[in-house]
Design a protein. Sequence first.
Length: 505
Amino acid sequence: MSIKTFCIFFLAVILFAAVLHFGYSIRPEADQLYHFRHAEIYLENGIFNSDFPWLPYSVIGKYGADIWYGFHLLLVPFTFFEDPILGLRFAGIFITSLLLLIFYWALNRLGVEKKYIWPFLFLFSGFFSLFHMTTVRPHVLSLAFNILVFSFAITGSVWGVLGASFAVVFLHLSLFWSTLLILGALAVSKFISKKSFDFRIILFSIGGLVLGWLARPNPLGAAKLAYIQIVELMLIKSKGIPLNFGLELYPLGWQTLYLFLPFMILWALAIYVFLKQSKKGLILWSSFFLSAVFFLMTVFVAQRSFDFWAAFGVIFIASVLGGSGANASLPPLAREKKIAIWAIAAVSAVFMAGQSLYKNDRFLKISGWEPGRFQKAGEWLKNNSRPGDIVFNASWDYFPELFFWNSRNFYISGMDPIFQYAFDRKLYWEAYYLETGKTTGFTCPDIACDEKDLKNTYAVLKNDFKAHYLVLAKPEDEHLYKYLLGDARFLLKNETPRSAVFELK
């Protein structure tokens, strides 16, 4: 690609990212509010202080560590904007652009033709991918650097592997396993195709992962959090314990695969061409194997694996249909078959892009999510409570928004439910029954309780959680809201159509 063509690609990337992040309201993903505010905390308290007292009933508060440390440091420059929402928008442009540029760099190293097309095809591979990969969250860049790890490993750059592996873990410690899985698949593929593998790649990657882990305050505490988020979470899911997880942690299931039909057609077409080839290079074998593994993980483990499936699926498709040199390569098929293959691929890609953009546009316009739904509640608490007063947030996923607007108070849960569950199971279940709407005037300290085990809600909040205030979202917590209005021990202090703040007598 000439310098002129690259400059056009670069400008297209920036323009596309700007449209995504300035053309709509802030993307309805609350976690990005937490990450942005945590970056401000580092600016206020110093980058070597990872203590997190804002969640005293979570292992995040207990261990005082940060598994997203590097990502929070990366966001610090964007916190200088007087308007934090404006800063968040510019952070989104930067992260989306960096993702596309790193994807382009990796494809360039792999020798793929038309490399300016494939990064966009990755984002357009489905609405899930377009939405998930354009939020201000650390997994976006960890995926980008994992793709770079793959390209460096293919081309034999051990120092490149070390640096990219470092970035993956420095940004998001809990994704270290993905780097090892990618390199393990590459080792198997290379052994199949060439009967050899340079194991320095694995050693340098492990070195990068270890350095990325250690390059943060309290690395031991961070390792404990990562263990809980990965191992303990998987064990609990396998036992069927009904933690109130986010949807992205549930398997996608076969019945909803139709959502990804255009991408699956394109991927299946590439597999057909791949199987027809007499010579299958390392890039083809490894990207095929990885896309298949992540596809199975999407269906059976967690739908958030779709990002990896789409990324390595696009690398596989690009290597089959747009490779060069040893990876070139439509096999010697009849002219009519080649025309049919390109026609199906083109139609699928255009339809897939159109569908992704349309669904993204519709979702962002009708989602109804407002980043300021707890702004009034947070401001009231900031002005009327004492520092460190505990707020019982009626659902764990309200924390990022409350924390964004008010870090004067402490909250009872946040980020992933597994962190509260691992801290104290009794407290987790007491909060669970209230946040899921299963109970109002009483709650239960276990997964199942007899009538004699039920506990009064006020007593639990006052004695077990030491809460001074309770915050809820009125539309989502309607039954709890109505109950609290009828109990004189809860005083309504602030109210909007979306939120309510109660003080406990």
